[in-house]
Ligand binder design. Structure first.
Ligand code: NAP
Length: 522
């Protein structure tokens, strides 16, 4: 069973004790004492902290990292050895030592002698590359395993892109010996979480975001609640939201909350894919080549929605006619034998949000004048939806050419963004990113355009109430928030990806909880 360890990287003993206490409360299964972070690591402090953790009945890993592998200070080898020996004497279960240092015969001799004295303590033999993946991960692993067969081998490298994660996961999947392998940095995040599904020996977390000892470490609270650590096992099915950026996405909270409610053995991950179609394709191909990862589908957001449609098309998968018409897919399902299907749930989400929030039938939108502001992916879905129910649509966009292209494609009108102040539309839909955090003071529509008869629908949902909606409301208009669209498209997407109906009230509760300022602070 993979151990959930918390790395404690405090500057003094008192701070370390507080961090340990907080981590234990949150369910830490082991504690790594990063003794190199202490202002002045000494044998007494090491022994004291080891005993402090042992009193809580948890395994202890004592680490006093060499500066060449991101240790906090340039402590001499002799001092590091003394500190670790004191930790062993006090009952440490593991000590971590760098492979590069272990290669020095004198050091190896001293460590071997110490470990012989404290037979309950095991060596974690580690190697780190802070610049990128190792030149040959498997060869490095073999060399370390051969040199020290009884050790837990630990291999850590920096992922420059999410596609760098696969070799770490391959090694974990293939190797049956006790092994720790993961990728650092935000691009490597999934390797830390999936260590449990793939049978890794241990994964490292931190007490809180601010106390991370290494790039990309996930706070233990987030690992336990958002990423469902306790529910993960080899059979866990995987889902994710693909985009760039995805850090702000509500999808992991929504899906994982629903999985919890429905007791499903499943996990949803944020999957940030930098680059364009080539990087996107490589990620999907890598997933499809590894059915043992059990990825069952993805939500897709900016900037990959058209790449998603293109990929599924190239692979000969099913394209939902609506997604084809819109020219973008926000949902990819991986079915039996890797059979792909692409859908677009934004259009249904937008129309349902509009009609259900206003309490009207779709037919009541017939012949209404609608102004769609923006000409990107969201605008395409909204335009198709509005045209299908009989609205007369004008597309307003900063780049007029894009609005004109859309107008030609979908049979509507186009106008420059400045013309919005002369619009005679009743329905205004903001499909630009104006008003979204951090640009909360911007809006694409001057306040005087709205009147009591207007309907203002903002696709932006962070914040919940944008300036666009606030000004429309002040003019007496009826308003529809982007959250209403998000919730409804998520319901349809969940159904496509999992084949079961989600609890839409639970989704609403999670979304509103995340979006209200008190909720967001968590
Ligand atoms: P996109 O494809 O990048 O399109 C962005 C649009 O915004 C373009 O028309 C762009 O105009 C315009 N724009 C950007 N910055 C602008 C500025 N400073 N001034 C004027 N116009 C500007 O993005 P998208 O995928 O359509 O997403 C747009 C918004 O929809 C996002 O805020 C997203 O969160 C939201 N959305 C919400 C949901 C939901 O469920 N609620 C679903 C999907 C999307 P140019 O063409 O001139 O660059």
């Amino acid at each position: 069973m993979t151990i959930l360890a918390v790395s404690i990287s405090a500057a003094n003993v008192e701070e370390a004790q507080e961090q340990i206490d907080r981590s234990v409360c949150q369910g830490a299964e082991a504690v790594e004492l990063r003794l190199d972070f202490l202002k002045s690591p000494d044998e007494a402090a090491a022994a004291f902290l080891v005993k402090f953790v042992k009193e809580k009945d948890l395994p202890v890993i004592a680490t006093c990292r060499h500066i060449s592998e991101s240790g906090a200070a340039d402590w001499p080898t002799e001092k590091r050895l003394k500190v670790l020996t004191a930790a062993m004497e006090a009952g440490a279960d593991f000590i971590d030592w760098e492979f590069a240092q272990y290669l020095q015969p004198a050091v190896q001799e001293m460590l071997t002698a110490a470990l012989r004295r404290f037979q309950a303590c095991r060596l974690i033999l580690s190697a780190h590359d802070f610049h990128g993946p190792f030149e040959d991960l498997s060869a490095r692993y073999e060399a370390m395993r051969t040199l020290c067969p009884g050790a837990v081998v630990k291999l850590v490298y920096t992922a420059r892109h999410i596609n760098d994660c696969f070799e770490a996961m391959d090694l974990l999947y293939q190797e049956k010996e006790d092994l720790i392998v993961f990728a650092m940095g935000s691009a490597g995040m999934m390797t830390r979480i999936l260590a449990k599904k793939l049978g890794g020996f241990l994964t490292f977390t931190c007490p809180e975001e601010e106390t991370a000892a290494a790039p990309g470490q996930i706070p233990i609270g987030k690992m336990k609640t958002l990423y469902r650590w306790d529910a993960l096992n080899q059979q866990t099915k995987l889902y994710g939201i693909i985009g760039n950026p995805v850090g702000h996405s509500l999808s992991p909270a929504v899906y994982n909350g629903c999985f919890e409610t429905q007791s499903r053995n499943a996990l949803h991950l944020p999957l940030e894919i930098g680059g364009e179609q080539a990087e996107f394709n490589l990620f999907l191909e890598s997933v499809l080549q590894r059915p043992w990862l059990d990825f069952r589908g993805f939500g897709v957001t900016l900037p990959h929605k058209s790449s998603a449609l293109e990929f599924v098309h190239q692979e000969g998968g099913y394209l939902e006619p609506m997604a084809e018409r819109i020219g973008a897919a926000n949902t990819i399902k991986i079915g039996h034998n890797g059979q792909l299907s692409a859908y677009n749930t934004d259009c249904a989400g937008a129309l349902d949000a509009l009609t259900q929030t206003l309490g009207i039938e779709k037919k009541q939108l017939r012949n209404q004048e609608a102004a769609v502001i923006g000409a990107g992916g969201a605008a395409r879905a909204v335009i198709v939806g509005l045209i299908d129910v009989g609205c007369r649509v004008t597309v307003y966009n900063r780049t007029l050419k894009k609005a004109q292209d859309l107008a030609e494609e979908f049979g509507c009108r186009a106008a420059p963004l400045e013309e919005i102040r002369n619009s005679r539309a009743r329905i205004f839909v903001n499909c630009t990113s104006l008003g979204m955090i951090p640009n909360v003071d911007s809006t694409p529509v001057p306040a005087e355009v709205f009147g009591p008869d207007s309907i203002a629908f903002d696709t932006v949902y962070v914040p919940l109430e944008t300036r666009f909606l606030r000004e429309a409301k002040a003019a007496g208009a009826r308003v529809v928030s982007g959250a209403e669209m998000f919730i409804r498209q998520a319901v349809v997407q969940y159904r496509h990806l999992t084949g079961v109906e989600p609890d839409s009230e639970r989704i609403r509760q999670i979304v509103l909880d995340c979006l209200n300022p008190a909720g967001r602070a968590r």
